[in-house]
Design a protein around this ligand. Structure first.
Ligand code: URA
Ligand code: SF4
Length: 179
């Protein structure tokens, strides 16, 4: 399990690993990048400033935080928000397993790393968030139809105020895909 995992060097930085949270039968799964300072302290995803913004965005799409499953590509503290290929390869089997178990109908990829992950896994094109943000793809797996939406990472909206409006608009539009 991720509490004791030492498959990549990030284990050395962690206080608590962050596996994910939400109902095991959630229909919607959100995938972020990885724990920041506050997440590492609490062992929960999206509890810092980006998390507060995410809660508002969820609400604007008609969703309650408690009804979605929230996790990240990387499970241990990422001091610089950058992921190496080695870390990506080492950690994503956990996310693969989470997707298998939760079996969501809709995955929302938050930011470039999550977008890269879903693009590789489900073989959907992703060139840049500038082009892909707000778009939803429907893909058919052997057993079901799955929707995948690309979104800017909420932290991008906090760093870059003009982007904040774009992100808010993308989330308001998401409502029509969900309901
Ligand atoms: N940013 C992320 O990508 N994930 C978190 O859990 C918190 C901030
Ligand atoms: Fe293991 Fe992932 Fe943590 Fe690396 S980041 S030590 S692979 S849980």
């Amino acid at each position: 399990m991720v509490e004791e995992c030492r498959k990549c060097p990030l284990w050395k930085n962690r206080n608590k690993s962050v596996f994910g949270e939400g109902p095991p039968d959630a229909k919607i799964m959100l995938i972020g990048l990885g724990p920041g300072y506050h997440e590492d302290r609490e062992g929960r995803p999206f509890v810092g400033a980006a998390g507060k913004f995410l809660n508002k965005l969820l609400e604007s799409a008609g969703l309650k935080r408690e009804e979605v499953y929230i996790t990240n590509v990387i499970k241990c503290y990422l001091p610089e928000n950058k992921v190496t290929e080695e870390e990506f390869e080492a950690c994503t089997p956990y996310l693969d397993k989470q997707i298998e178990i939760i079996d969501p109908d809709h995955i929302i990829a938050l930011g470039n790393t999550a977008a890269e992950y879903v693009s590789r896994k489900f073989k959907i094109p992703f060139s840049s968030m500038e082009r892909a943000h707000g778009s939803t793809f429907k893909i058919s797996t052997i057993i079901k139809e799955l929707r995948i939406t690309f979104m800017y990472h909420p932290a991008a909206g906090l760093r870059n105020p003009p982007l904040r409006n774009v992100i808010e608009e993308d989330w308001r539009k998401l409502f029509s895909y969900i309901f």
